[in-house]
Design a protein around this ligand. Structure first.
Ligand code: PEP
Ligand code: MN
Length: 355
C-alpha cells in the first residue's frame, strides 16, 4: 500500500502516518518529493486494512498496489515522471539525446567526442571514467582523473553529464562531480550499490541487466526509490539471447512494457545493444518509434583507436544524421526533442525532479 500525502502536508502529518504504521508492526518508507511525499507501507496488508489512513491529516490518497514494486509503480503515481538532469528533462513529453564517448581516454578525445555530441543536439553528455570490463586486462578507465576531465569538458560546454559508478566506495566521489549516476548492466542487481547510489540524491540512470527480466529491472529501480530518491531513468540496452550477429538483442517491447508498469522514463541504448555502428541509426529509429523517452549513444572522434567499444561508436560524419533522425522520429511520435535550458513546469505532480 502507498499513502500519498497532500502537497501541503508537513512533517508532523508524515510522522503520524509512520508512527501509526509501526504501531501495528508494519514498515513505512518515506519518499520526499519537491511537491509531494509518498509513503510506501510494507507488511501484512491485513494489518493496515482496518486503519482509517484516509482520515489522517495531510493524507490525499491511500492506494493498494498489487505489484511487488510500489514506489516506482504506475499504480502509485498517476502521471509519468520527468527526471531533470541539470536543465535537461527526461520524460514522456520529450525525446532526450544523451551522447559522448564510451570511455574517457584523453582530454583531447573527450573534448572532441563531447563537441560532436553537442553538435548533434545532445543535452546531456555521457562518458565512462570507471569502466566495468569483461577482461581484467582491458582498459579499466581513468578513474578519478577521467571524472575530472569529463567534469571540466562538460562545464566548458555547459551541459550536464552522466557517468557510471561501479562500486559503493566511489559513489561519493562520482556524485560530487556528476549530474547523473549510471548503474551499468553488470551491476543492475548489486543491491548495495543501488542503495548507495540512491542515497547520493542525484538522478540515476539504471541500465537493464544482460539477463534481467523486466520485473527484476523494475525491482532494482525500487531499491533506489526505497532510499527516497525517485529520480530514476530506466535504460534498455539489449539483452543476451542466442543470436550472435548482434552484441545483444535490443528488446524494443521492454520500452512500452516498462512504461506501462512504472512512472519512470525509459530510454534506449542503441550502441551497447547492436554493438555495430551500422546498426545504431536503425535502433535509434526503433527506440523512438516504440516510445522511448530518450537515446544514449556512444560517439568517438577516432573509433579505430578507441580503447573501449570503438566498433559501435558513431563518428563525426554521422552527427548530422543523428540530429535529423532524432528530430524526425520524435516529430513522427508527436514529441519534441528535449532542449538544454528547457523550462520546468512548476508545481505539477510528476514534473519535478524528485516528484
Ligand atoms: C556503458 O554505457 O558504458 C556501459 C558499459 O553500458 P552497459 O552497462 O549497458 O554495458
Ligand atoms: Mn561502451
Amino acid at each position: 500500500m502507498v499513502v500519498v500525502m497532500r502537497s501541503g502536508a508537513d512533517e508532523t502529518d508524515i510522522d503520524k502516518v509512520v508512527k501509526a504504521i509501526s504501531e501495528v508492526g508494519g514498515d513505512a518508507f518515506v519518499s520526499r518529493g519537491k511537491n509531494q511525499t509518498i509513503i510506501g507501507l510494507v507488511g501484512d496488508l491485513t494489518q493496515f486494512a482496518e486503519m482509517p489512513l484516509h482520515a489522517f491529516p495531510g493524507v490525499e490518497d491511500v492506494i493498494r498496489v498489487s505489484k511487488p514494486y510500489k514506489l516506482v509503480s504506475m499504480e502509485t503515481h498517476p502521471r509519468p515522471s520527468t527526471v531533470w538532469v541539470g536543465d535537461s528533462p527526461i520524460g514522456r513529453e520529450t525525446v532526450t539525446l544523451i551522447a559522448g564517448p564510451c570511455a574517457v581516454e584523453t582530454e583531447e578525445q573527450t573534448i572532441d567526442a563531447c563537441k560532436m555530441a553537442k553538435s548533434a543536439g545532445a543535452t546531456i553528455l555521457r562518458g565512462g571514467a570507471y569502466k566495468p570490463r569483461t577482461s581484467p586486462y582491458a582498459f579499466q578507465g581513468l578513474g578519478e582523473a577521467g571524472l575530472d576531465i569529463l567534469h571540466e569538458v562538460a562545464r566548458d560546454l555547459q551541459l550536464p553529464f552522466v557517468t557510471e559508478v561501479v562500486t559503493p566506495a566511489d559513489v561519493d566521489t562520482v556524485a560530487a562531480k556528476a549530474d547523473m549516476l549510471q548503474v551499468g548492466a553488470r551491476n543492475m542487481q548489486n543491491f548495495q550499490l543501488l542503495k548507495e547510489v540512491g542515497m547520493a540524491g542525484k538522478p540515476v540512470l539504471l541500465k537493464r541487466g544482460l539477463t534481467a527480466t523486466i520485473d527484476e529491472w523494475i525491482m532494482a529501480a525500487e531499491y533506489i526509490a526505497h532510499t527516497g530518491n525517485l529520480q530514476i531513468v530506466l535504460c534498455e540496452r539489449g539483452i543476451r539471447t542466442y543470436e550472435p550477429m548482434t552484441r545483444n538483442t535490443l528488446d524494443v517491447s521492454a520500452v512500452p512494457v516498462a512504461q506501462s508498469l512504472t512512472h519512470l522514463p525509459v530510454i534506449v541504448d542503441p550502441s551497447h545493444s547492436g554493438g555495430k555502428r551500422e546498426l545504431v541509426m536503425a535502433l535509434i529509429k526503433a527506440g523512438i518509434a516504440v516510445g522511448a523517452d530518450g537515446i544514449i549513444v556512444d560517439v568517438h572522434p577516432r573509433p579505430e583507436v578507441a580503447l573501449c567499444d570503438g566498433p559501435q561508436a558513431l563518428i563525426k560524419d554521422d552527427m548530422l544524421a543523428l540530429r535529423e533522425t532524432v528530430a524526425r522520429f520524435a516529430a513522427a511520435s508527436d514529441r519534441q526533442v528535449a532542449s538544454a535550458g528547457q523550462q520546468r513546469a512548476s508545481g505539477a505532480w510528476g514534473r519535478s525532479a524528485t516528484a
